[in-house]
Design a protein around this ligand. Structure first.
Ligand code: B12
Length: 142
């Protein structure tokens, strides 16, 4: 009986001591932000490539990261127009706007750490970058 009580007591004390540690770890995971980079590629202007770096909130959307860069770096500006079905459509970057008459637009591409380039099937308002992604905004034609 005394043995059972001392085992129960030890379990209780261990749980009490370890609980703060567990919660601290979970908390720090919740608050973790990730580095990503943003590459603006426009073969019609010079310089063709501009790269920007920022941290994105845990599972934050690309639009948030773009706004963050725009707020601190005068070399990156963009505009969007709200689509009723799909949210923000990226119209212009650094003063260069896509033009339906000329069939030009800003394409959204992503290069994860493994190097392969993917074309997300959502826009800047829905895309959630992964840590160390290079997001590419490419001025191109359709
Ligand atoms: C044609 C088309 C385009 C053309 C539109 C050019 C034009 N002026 O016609 C271009 C090539 C520009 C395009 C681009 C993109 N598109 Co698109 N596009 C389509 C498509 C095939 C038809 C749209 C259409 O003409 N509908 C008929 C017209 C009468 O209706 P509408 O409401 O006026 O259509 C407008 C909107 O759809 C808007 N639009 C088109 N694509 C997108 C994407 C986003 C994110 C937004 C906000 C608006 C938008 O442009 C249309 C013309 O003005 C649809 C798929 C489909 N079958 O519906 C995908 C579709 C809408 N596109 C899609 C995507 C993901 C994109 C891109 C993000 C792809 C990329 N990774 O770059 C980019 C947008 C990037 C940016 N700058 O923000 C997705 C949207 C899904 C989502 N939930 O976000 C769809 C549904 C295809 C899919 N993958 O399933 N697209």
């Amino acid at each position: 009986m005394a043995f059972k009580v001392s085992v129960l007591l030890s379990v209780f004390i261990l749980t009490y001591l370890l609980a703060p540690l567990v919660f601290t770890c979970e908390n720090s995971d919740i608050q973790k932000s990730y580095p990503i980079s943003l590459l603006v590629y426009n073969s019609h202007v010079s310089p063709m490539n501009l790269t920007f770096y920022t941290d994105i909130a845990y599972r934050g959307i690309l639009l948030g990261a773009m706004r963050k860069i725009q707020a601190v770096d005068k070399n990156f500006t963009f505009t969007t127009v709200e689509d009723p079905n799909y949210g923000p459509f990226l119209v212009s970057v650094n003063g260069v706007a896509g033009n339906p008459a000329e069939h030009t637009y800003w394409e959204l591409l992503v290069q994860p750490q493994n190097g392969t380039i993917i074309r997300p099937d959502v826009g800047v308002g829905c895309y959630i970058p992964n840590p160390y992604d290079t997001v590419i905004l490419k001025f191109t034609t359709w």
